[in-house]
Write a protein that binds this ligand. Sequence first.
Ligand code: B12
Length: 174
Amino acid sequence: MKILLMNPPMKEKELFTKSSKETASRIPPLGLAYLGAYLEKQGHEVMIWDGFVERDSWEEIKKKAEKYDLLGIHVLTSFALRSYQFAKFLKEKLPNKPIVLGGCHVSALPIEAITNPFIDYVVVGEGEITLAELCWVLENKKYKIKDVLGVYYKDKKNTIRFNGQRPLIKNFQS
Ligand code: B12
């Protein structure tokens, strides 16, 4: 699958660490990089688009996103509202693309996130294996969504479902 992982678009003045312009806010998004590395090992094609650094307009991001099969967005509490606005924008423009949220904010408040009609999946806790299994489900291989731990989703009747927490990864090399 072709997967686009994103930090939401933030203006320079909105970044909390603006006082240290050259350093803190310029650190690459580690969580997305972990996910990308794991997904690439599973054979997927991954692009990371970091909205703290990139300066594309939302329309330009939408044009990029058109080329991907799954759109993932990272959510910290400090930019959760922007992440939700961004997810809504993408869903309205690209209704057939699955939108997945992850990160510590939605791990703490998954119901707040999955209740939004424009969000398809919320991954809680460590995302590597959960997202890889979700990709298999979406590719119609091997797994059914009811077998995937660590993900909130809505069934055909729009009821929120969760199959339980995924145990922590013990050996990351394997
Ligand atoms: C390193 C770090 C920083 C670094 C680098 C951050 C970066 N850009 O990567 C710096 C110093 C820049 C930083 C800054 C800030 N940080 Co900080 N930071 C951390 C720290 C210590 C580790 C983060 C990390 O890299 N974890 C490792 C990665 C692998 O984990 P992860 O990001 O959570 O990602 C995993 C999952 O969440 C999930 N996942 C994540 N995204 C997605 C997306 C999808 C689609 C899916 C499916 C899954 C998924 O899968 C990933 C892999 O398992 C955490 C504390 C912690 N122990 O996590 C605080 C933490 C994230 N930071 C926090 C805060 C508040 C901030 C600041 C807002 C502080 C400030 N006032 O300026 C700023 C934000 C600035 C910014 N522009 O991002 C809070 C967030 C609290 C919250 N509820 O949102 C935390 C949790 C610390 C705390 N307990 O208060 N931070």
